[in-house]
Design a protein around this ligand. Structure first.
Ligand code: IMP
Ligand code: MG
Length: 193
């Protein structure tokens, strides 16, 4: 086993400038979040709702740390255009299967950045009258926030930088890294945004 976890991930690891959160640090924080939810939702059978795909590892790991009955569901969205996305408009590609009316819903997200997407989705969910609605986010970029969103369960604050790993991608790559890190600048330049 190598000392630097990047060495185990071939060219994906080579593209990482710096690891911000190790696999162990993420795991520890997810355990704590699971314990808080377990304590707060005893007897409430919470419904955890996530947006694909970035939340996949966080949701899977968080759910396994919740020791009371809990349900899970996913939605998928796509942006109309970059202008529409800037205003927070998204199209629902896959809606939830489980009705949220009267349920104790926990919205689980990988990252909140501007908060525009989340705000749009929350408005949608609130219209369906859940019994309660709270937000659980692994990473928050508070400097980027355009809309105030109260986060009840937070993993870590992030600087205003683009990160990948633990489900987070750059052009669909790097999701499978178990840690979260910054990309080297040549990677971003070579894909060209
Ligand atoms: P916003 O809060 O509406 O600006 O959008 C947040 C979404 O953008 C998240 O759900 C992620 O899918 C994506 N995102 C934001 N920052 C990052 C990042 O650093 N890495 C990967 N995806 C990100
Ligand atoms: Mg997301």
């Amino acid at each position: 086993m190598s000392e630097d976890p990047r060495d185990n991930y071939a060219e994906l690891g080579t593209d990482i400038q710096e690891i911000l959160f190790t696999k162990e640090e993420i795991h520890q924080r997810v355990v704590e979040l699971g314990q808080s939810i377990t304590r707060d939702y005893a007897g409430k059978n919470p419904l955890l709702v996530g947006v694909l795909k970035g939340v996949l590892f966080f949701m899977a790991d968080l759910l396994r740390e919740i020791t009371i009955p809990a349900e899970v569901d996913f939605m998928a969205i796509s942006s109309f255009s970059s202008e529409a996305r800037d205003q927070g408009f998204v199209r629902m590609v896959k809606d939830l299967d489980i009705p949220v009316t009267g349920r104790h819903v926990i919205f689980v997200e990988d990252v909140i950045d501007t908060g525009l997407t989340l705000n749009f989705l929350l408005r949608n969910l609130r219209a369906q009258q859940p019994a309660s609605l709270e937000i659980c986010v692994l990473f928050d970029k508070p400097e980027r926030r355009l809309i105030d969103i109260p986060v009840k369960y937070l993993g870590f604050d992030l600087p205003d930088k683009f990160v990948v790993g633990y489900g987070l991608d750059y052009h669909e790559r790097y999701r499978n890294l178990p840690f979260v890190g910054l990309l080297k600048s040549y990677v971003i330049q070579s894909v060209g945004e």
